[in-house]
Ligand binder design. Structure first.
Ligand code: CTP
Ligand code: ZN
Length: 153
């Protein structure tokens, strides 16, 4: 009964992309990173849904949208648990996870107050040094950021 109710909240889509297993606190961040505020077809959003893997999760279903890998990789840092599911004719045709790109642009703040990215409207840019521990280095001031010190814009 509970499950049936949950299914009804976010219904199946015919064609498009499902982003499942999103941590609940970053659902709206994922939406803005993928620029879905400006998407003109149906976007179904569910948040704080029960999940066996995560306890609670968010899910976003984007009708008739098929992302390029580069586009989808933007969400890897904020939602590493996310599963991307491609739907065609109501069937799951592909499942994958987002991969952290070599360069992370415009997603993380540089914590160095003297960094040019904090003084002017320049997009931040970090080089990934260690994917496991998310060690990154600012392209402009060379300050390091890690999983613990990372702050989203
Ligand atoms: N889905 C959808 N529309 C469809 C088919 C599937 O929105 N026409 C969604 C489902 O709601 C689910 C996701 O796509 O969130 C993956 O579908 P499926 O693999 O069938 O679900 P599960 O086996 O539960 O996946 P997992 O174990 O990865 O959670
Ligand atoms: Zn910097």
């Amino acid at each position: 009964m509970e499950n049936n109710k949950k299914e009804m909240v976010v219904s199946a889509i015919e064609n498009g992309t499902v982003i499942d297993h999103i941590p609940t606190n970053v659902v709206y961040k994922v939406i803005s990173l993928l620029d879905l505020e400006n998407y003109n077809d149906e976007v179904l959003i569910g948040n704080n849904l029960q999940s066996q893997k995560l306890g609670h999760k968010g899910i976003v279903k984007i009708k008739n949208k098929f992302f390029e890998r580069d586009e989808i990789n933007k969400i890897a840092l904020v939602a590493p648990t996310a599963t991307l599911i491609v739907i065609r004719n109501y069937e799951v045709v592909e499942k994958f996870t987002a991969e952290i790109p070599d360069m992370v642009e415009g997603i993380i703040k540089c914590m160095n107050p003297k960094c040019i990215t904090n003084a002017e409207t320049i997009r931040t840019k970090f080089r990934i040094l260690d994917r496991q521990n998310l060690k990154m280095q600012c392209h402009y001031c060379e300050k390091f950021v890690t999983k613990e010190t990372m702050n989203f814009i």
